[in-house]
Design a protein around this ligand. Structure first.
Ligand code: ASP
Length: 601
């Protein structure tokens, strides 16, 4: 057996383990019937499978078997006769002969095909998730996930972190999403919130001298679902005392590398690099705080070139360009039109394009609908600024600084996929995994309609020492310049996790609350217990949380995190198998003191 390495009363081996090494051994295997082929009256071939693979069994008695019947087969491992070897499966050299079959359970015909190659409607798959789980791909993904968790645990424990559980029934956590709430039976009219993260508790654990905490934590956020988002998700949640940003980056990098080794082996993992870049560099060069650094095509600021331009569409706060190498042949007119529509959908006014022709003179060489409005000097400078040469395609967005960066950044990512500039989801070598630590995030990501700043991370994040004076009561644009000690870990353009050094001094925390427009009364009501704790000696501390679902999806080559979660919800947040969410009885509602609208018939 693989694990535990000993036989049980039911079986001596897993199906997929048998090989030529076991020839002439008497073995027992257990599993489900994948296929049966009958040869005449007496002879039958049964393919039996479990999560390790398939073994062919030759049976010489008439059996009434159906697909997915549960069997125990005892037989002799034999070499397959010449011409029947199957190189496509691990056990393809051998088969079980002289078999004795015990039917452990019958099965009705499965309501969904269990053949990996057949696409099944998502709702049906989740309705019969227990059958869907039998598929090789999901089995593999869930085992990758378990390996990641195990590697995280061992690394964190090796680095002196204590595994600690924090409660699920709490008060609201300020992560900026909507809470799931649970009505209280003993305190009618009151509600618990489910944790959006263990943030407050892990910080209080630092005040409590825990020093180094971690948890594979379940977080719940009532947000619209997407391919990379579920209501509940798992994080490697970490907090440490007496550390700075570099310490946390080192700790998390070590844990991540340990997980890579467990999943991909040492050779690839040791060659994987973790780079670091500031938020500002990421935004300016990649137009995103989640830069996909697997390919170049960086954004170039060309605003200055067109400072005095006659071209009206280029009279904008900011002009950014990318150069698509060889784009003239690789991108059709229809594709350019699609990209233009795409950029308009994203909020830009349009997308300007220039094809670079073979002429030596850069200005004469340019072709595109806008060239007639540009001077020769402008065109020459444009070509030079992005180092374009014959056959390249230059794309330009002219807009506000923010829109130009954001939209061109998304066009860049789109082109990365369309032009296959990355290996997609496949991981063949260390170059296919690009980890970037993005640092120096702004403290606030913008202002809401009332002019109040919105936290980029969360409200316990320490502002940059040099920028604390930018914080003023009552808000204002000026505060948007304030940087913070917040950092993200990005993998191949996906945000894997976020963290920050926290505020540990009550006066700075109060300043942030005031900057967010929270009155003293309000902060006392919402965070009084937290601010109280800070009066009693909070150590300097910081932490991080890494999304395990996303990480597993990326290492398994999956685009949708549902493929790496055993029992996920549908896109509409439902579980078609159990029927959640559902109505509860009137008696139960009464006990909880909750009134609901009548059921729709
Ligand atoms: N609580 C944060 C989150 O869930 C992570 C952290 O700051 O440690 O994103």
């Amino acid at each position: 057996m693989n694990n535990p390495n000993q036989a049980t009363n039911y079986r001596t081996h897993y199906c997929g383990e048998l090989s030529a090494e076991n020839i002439s051994n008497q073995v027992s295997v257990c599993g489900w019937v994948k296929r049966r082929r009958e040869h005449g009256e007496k002879l039958a071939f049964i393919d039996l499978y479990d999560h390790t693979g398939i073994i062919q069994c030759v049976v010489d008695e008439k059996l009434n078997l159906g697909g997915e019947f549960v069997l125990k087969i005892t037989g002799t491992v034999s070499e397959r006769p010449e011409g029947t070897v199957n190189p496509n499966i691990k056990t393809g050299d051998v088969e079980l002969t002289e078999c004795e079959v015990e039917i452990l359970n019958k099965a009705e015909p499965p309501p969904i095909p269990l053949d990996e190659r057949v696409e099944v409607d998502e709702n049906l798959r989740l309705r019969y998730r227990y059958l869907d789980l039998r598929k090789e791909k999901i089995q593999k993904n869930l085992r990758v996930r378990a390996k990641i968790n195990e590697a995280f645990r061992s690394s964190m424990s090796e680095q002196g972190f204590l595994e600690l559980e924090t409660p699920l029934l709490i008060v609201s956590t300020p992560e900026g999403a909507r809470d799931f709430v649970v009505p209280s039976r003993l305190h009618n009219g009151n509600f618990y919130a489910l944790p959006q993260s263990p943030q407050i508790f892990k910080q209080l654990a630092m005040v409590g001298g825990i020093d180094r905490y971690y948890q594979i934590a379940r977080c719940l956020r009532d947000e619209d679902l997407r391919a990379d988002r579920q209501f509940e998700f798992m994080q490697l949640d970490v907090e440490a005392s007496f550390v700075n940003q570099e310490d946390i980056i080192e700790i998390i990098t070590a844990a991540t590398k340990n997980a890579l080794c467990a999943v991909l082996g040492d050779e690839i993992s040791e060659a994987v690099e973790f780079s670091e870049m500031t938020y500002e560099t990421a935004m300016e060069n990649y137009g995103s705080d989640k830069p996909d650094t697997r390919f170049e095509m960086l954004l170039t600021d060309i605003t200055q070139i067109f400072e005095n331009t006659q071209a009206n569409v280029f009279k904008a706060e900011c002009l950014k360009a990318i150069n698509v190498l060889g784009g003239v042949d690789k991108i059709s007119r229809a594709q350019i039109d699609d990209l233009t529509d795409f950029s308009k959908k994203l909020g830009a006014k349009g997308l300007a394009w220039f094809k670079v022709g073979p002429k030596v003179d850069a200005a004469e060489s340019l072709d595109g609908p806008l060239t007639k409005f540009l001077s020769a000097d402008e065109m020459k400078a444009l070509v030079e600024s992005v180092s374009a040469s014959s056959g390249d395609l230059i794309l330009v967005i002219a807009d506000t600084h923010q829109v130009a960066n954001r939209v061109l950044g998304q066009i860049r990512v789109q082109l990365g996929t369309e032009l296959s500039l990355t290996s997609g989801n496949e991981i063949q070598s260390a170059e296919d995994l690009n980890f970037v630590w993005v640092t120096d995030f702004p403290l606030f990501e913008g202002l809401d309609e009332t002019g109040t700043p919105i936290c980029a991370h969360h409200l316990f994040t320490m502002p940059h020492e040099d920028d604390i004076d930018l914080l003023v009561t009552g808000g204002g644009e000026g505060m948007l310049k304030a940087r913070s000690l917040a950092y993200d870990l990005v993998l191949n353009g996906w945000e894997l996790g976020s963290g920050s050094i926290r505020i540990h001094k009550p006066d700075i925390q109060e300043r942030v609350f005031a900057a967010l427009g929270l009155s003293e009364e309000e902060t006392k009501k919402r965070f009084g217990y937290f601010l109280d704790a800070y009066k009693f000696g909070a150590p300097p501390h910081g932490g991080f949380a890494l999304g395990i679902d996303r990480f597993t999806a990326l290492l398994s080559g999956e685009e949708n995190i549902r493929e790496v979660i055993a029992f996920p919800k549908t896109q509409t947040g439902q579980d078609p198998m159990t029927g959640a969410p559902n109505r509860i009885s009137d008696i139960h509602l009464k006990e909880l003191g909750v009134q609901v609208p009548p059921e729709e018939k």
